[in-house]
Design a protein around this ligand. Structure first.
Ligand SMILES: Nc1ncnc2c1ncn2[C@@H]1O[C@H](COP(=O)(O)OP(=O)(O)OP(=O)(O)O)[C@@H](O)[C@H]1O
Ligand SMILES: [Mg+2]
Length: 259
C-alpha cells in the first residue's frame, strides 16, 4: 500500500503538452500541469481563456464536439484518458463534472440525484433514496425539496437547480470533481456553504474549480492555475500565485488591473 504522503505526491490528473482547438482556432497550447491529489485547484483566467474547454477535456466531454481536436495527453492515475482500455462510462464515474449552467435531467428531483447511482449500479432501492437524501442535505437543498422530490426540477430556482446538479455529481462519489463556476448563480449564503462543502470533500476527492471570483479562489483553493492567451502562464500554491506571482500578467490579473 502506498503511504498517504506518496499518494498525495502522485498527481490525480496530469496534462501533458496538451493543445486544444476548435476548427482552426487554437484555444490552449502546450499545457503541462499536474493536478495535486486530494487538493482543491482553482483555474482562473479571463473570459474565453479556455477554462471550460480544459475542464471538459478532463472527462472527455469535448470528444464529440464538431471541430474539436487535441494533441498531447491527459493522464488519470498515470494512464491516458483516451487509452482504449479506458471506458468512457468508467471515466465519467471517476471524474464528475458540474457545468457552468445547471443542467437537470427531465425527470423528478429524486431521480436526478439517483440517476448516476442507478446508471453505474452503485446501489439499489432504499439505499439509492438514502444516498440521494444525504447528498441533498450535504448541498443544503434538502429542506427546500424534501416535500417535492417527485416534482420536476425545472420549477426550482436557477441556484437550486445548480445545487441539485451538485448533489447528482456527488452521489456517484467521484475521485475527481470538476466544478465550472459552481457558485455564479448562488447568493452569498449558498456560496459560502458550497465553499465550506468543497473543503470537506478534500482530501477524499480531488477538486478542480473554475472561478472568476478571486476571493473565492483564495478561500477554497490550495493551488491555482492561471490561463491567459492560450498559455498556462503560472501555477503554484494559491498564496504564492496571489501574493508573489512570478509573472507580470498574473500580478495584473489577480489584482484586477487587467485589460
Ligand atoms: N464548441 C465550441 N465550438 C467552437 N469554439 C468553441 C467551442 N467551445 C468553446 N469555444 C471557444 O473556445 C474558447 C475558450 O472557450 P471557453 O468556454 O473554454 O472559455 P472560458 O475560459 O471558460 O470562458 P468564460 O470565463 O467566459 O466561461 C473561446 O474562444 C470559445 O469561443
Ligand atoms: Mg467557462
Amino acid at each position: 500500500m502506498p503511504s498517504a504522503a506518496e499518494l498525495s505526491a502522485t498527481p490525480a490528473l496530469r496534462a501533458v503538452d496538451l493543445t486544444l482547438s476548435f476548427g482552426s482556432r487554437a484555444v490552449l497550447s502546450g499545457i503541462t500541469a499536474d493536478i495535486q491529489n486530494g487538493a482543491v485547484t482553482a483555474v482562473i483566467g479571463p473570459t474565453g481563456s479556455g477554462k471550460t474547454t480544459l475542464l471538459r477535456t478532463f472527462n472527455r466531454m469535448n470528444d464529440k464536439v464538431t471541430g474539436y481536436r487535441h494533441t498531447g495527453d491527459v493522464l488519470l492515475d498515470g494512464r491516458s484518458i483516451w487509452s482504449p482500455a479506458v471506458e468512457l462510462m468508467a471515466l465519467r464515474r471517476r471524474v464528475g463534472m458540474l457545468f457552468q449552467r445547471a443542467n437537470p435531467f427531465p425527470m423528478s428531483i429524486m431521480d436526478n440525484v439517483a440517476a448516476g447511482v442507478r446508471a453505474h449500479k452503485l446501489a439499489k432501492g432504499g439505499e439509492i433514496r438514502e444516498i440521494a437524501r444525504e447528498r441533498l442535505v450535504e448541498v443544503g437543498l434538502w429542506d427546500a425539496v424534501s416535500s417535492r422530490l417527485k416534482d420536476s426540477p425545472f420549477r426550482l430556482s436557477g441556484g437550486q437547480q445548480q445545487l441539485l446538479c451538485l448533489a447528482r455529481a456527488l452521489a456517484i462519489s467521484p475521485e475527481v470533481l470538476l466544478l465550472d463556476e459552481p457558485t455564479s448563480a448562488l447568493d452569498p449564503m449558498a456560496t459560502e456553504s458550497i465553499e465550506k462543502l468543497i473543503r470537506t470533500l478534500v482530501p477524499k476527492i480531488t477538486v478542480i474549480i473554475v472561478t472568476h471570483n478571486m476571493a473565492q479562489a483564495r478561500r477554497v483553493a490550495d493551488r491555482t492555475i492561471f490561463l491567459h492567451q492560450q498559455q498556462l502562464v503560472e501555477r503554484g500554491p494559491t498564496q504564492q500565485v496571489f501574493e508573489s506571482p512570478a509573472r507580470e500578467e498574473t500580478a495584473r490579473y489577480v489584482s484586477g488591473r487587467f485589460g
